[in-house]
Design a protein. Structure first.
Length: 105
């Protein structure tokens, strides 16, 4: 799993039948800043994920990737390799809160 920020929406009007009605989002993975360890820093990569929870633009989310992405009830029969499995409220590192939805959103 990893933390990512929702950066966009993907619309595909033509897709396999099992994906009809599935919300697709663009996300950018984040990591703990290597130097200061006091904030989340973008990685510069982008993934397209299935949204199983109703995330919105700017939300930080938990992503499950690979074959594990098909282990949720919402995705078990879908041809996906990345899914949102959680909405992040806080991230604590070494006893410090480096992200809080209440103050950083």
């Amino acid at each position: 799993m990893f933390v990512a920020k929702v950066t966009g929406v993907v619309v595909a009007t033509q897709k396999v039948a099992s994906m009809t009605g599935r919300k697709l989002l663009a996300v950018e993975p984040y990591r703990v800043d290597e130097k200061t360890r006091d904030r989340l820093a973008p990685t510069g990569r982008t993934f397209i994920v299935v949204d199983a929870l109703g995330a919105g633009l700017g939300d930080y989310v938990l992503i499950c990737q690979g074959s594990s992405a098909r282990l949720t009830p919402e995705t078990e029969k879908l041809p996906v390799d990345a899914v949102i499995i959680g909405l992040v409220d806080t991230v604590d590192v070494e006893g410090r809160t480096i992200y809080s939805k209440l103050t950083n959103h």
